[in-house]
Every structure is written in C-alpha cells, then in structure tokens.
Ligand binder design. Structure first.
Ligand code: IMP
Ligand code: MG
Length: 190
C-alpha cells in the first residue's frame, strides 16, 4: 500500500506539503545508530551516564541508540519548544517539561534529533551546565546548516543533511510523520 500524507501548513493556508524523496533509509539509520552506540559504549565504559532525551523528536532515535550502548545507563527526558507548527524556527527556546533526575555530579549525554541553528542544543547545554554535572556530551542524529556563529558543542552525530525540512524516524511536521521508518524530505505540494 502506498500512503501519501498530506497536511496543510497552518502558518500559510495557501500551502500544503507532501512526503518527497527518502533521504536516509531505515537500514542506513540502523547501521549508523549501531556505530554511534559502539563509540559511546567505548567512551563511557567506566561510567553510568544519564542519557537525556529531548522530547518528542528524539524519542525513536534514543530508544534505538540506548539499545546499542552496552554500559549501564539511566534515562531522563525533557521537553522544549522552539518550532511550534511551522517549518521555520521561532528563535525562542522554552522548557515545557523539566528533568526528574538530579544531574549534579552526573555524566550527562544529551540526545537530540536534529541540530539546525544550534539554538536548542546551546540552550540545553547551558541549562544543564548550570546544574553542575560531572560532564556533558551531546549526540544528534542529524546535523544541518550549522550557524558557525552559534555552533553547539556536538560530540557525536549521525548524518549531515542538506538544507531541507525532513520528517520521519521521530521527526515531525505539525506533530505528524514521526512513525515513518525512513527519513524523508517534506516538499510543497504542486
Ligand atoms: P535548532 O534549535 O534551530 O537547532 O533546531 C532544532 C530543533 O528544531 C530540533 O530539535 C527539532 O525539533 C526541530 N527541527 C529542526 N529541523 C527540523 C526538521 O527538518 N524536521 C523536524 N524538526 C526539525
Ligand atoms: Mg527536537
């Protein structure tokens, strides 16, 4: 069955979007997540990191990533808003759900789905650094368009992608498409 998802861009009622070409297949993701897991396992061999997943886009990546990490670890989650319903960043980061774990003295690994401007990750690194962890590392599945003026400290990443809005494997447009197993480009409907 071939499903075409169509939704309207709520910020522009004249435009609607459809799923375009697959950019990264589920198999390619799986292979890369395994490699990242091996690297992270080696780096944290003697520690029990606190893996902090940024809701909601990173949930599927984090779920696969932790199952490829073979050292003991804990997980916690926080939620931030920055994009709203649009494909353009609003530029403001807000914490919607805070951590439940005390990060003081912990080795923290922040897991993100995608770094665009770097605003979200920079904000989170500063926020968590203020709570005196033993260390902070960052991991993002995707990396796009890094603004050199605002480059976040990124220790691990999966793929560099071109300047396109992507959905699938946890990434959404207006909360849709997170369940698609591949990562695909969102294109404007002709
Ligand atoms: P940044 O703060 O500009 O780096 O944006 C990062 C956040 O924006 C990510 O955590 C995503 O939630 C969201 N985002 C950025 N680009 C995309 C995309 O192509 N698809 C879906 N979400 C995206
Ligand atoms: Mg996100």
């Amino acid at each position: 069955m071939h499903i075409i998802y169509t939704i309207d861009d709520v910020s522009n009622p004249d435009k609607s979007y459809v799923i375009g070409d697959v950019l990264i297949t589920a198999d390619q993701i799986s292979q890369r997540v395994q490699e990242l897991g091996e690297k992270i396992s080696a780096d944290y061999a003697d520690e029990c990191p606190l893996v902090i997943t940024v809701l909601r886009g990173s949930v599927i990546f984090a779920a696969d990533l932790v199952r490829n990490i073979d050292c003991p670890l804990e997980m916690d989650f926080l939620s931030v808003s920055s994009y709203g319903q649009s494909t353009k960043s609003s530029g403001a980061v807000k914490i919607l759900k805070d951590l439940d774990t005390d990060v003081a003295g912990r080795d923290v690994l922040i897991v993100e789905d995608i770094i665009d401007s770097g605003l979200t990750l920079n904000y989170l690194v500063n926020y968590i650094a203020g709570q005196k962890p033993a260390s902070i590392k960052t991991c993002s599945l995707l990396l796009r368009n890094l603004d050199p003026e605002n480059e976040p400290p990124l220790d691990y990443y999966g793929f560099k992608i071109p300047d396109e809005f992507v959905v699938g494997y946890g990434l959404d447009y207006a909360q849709m498409y997170r369940n698609l197993p591949d990562i695909s480009i969102l294109v404007e409907e002709e």
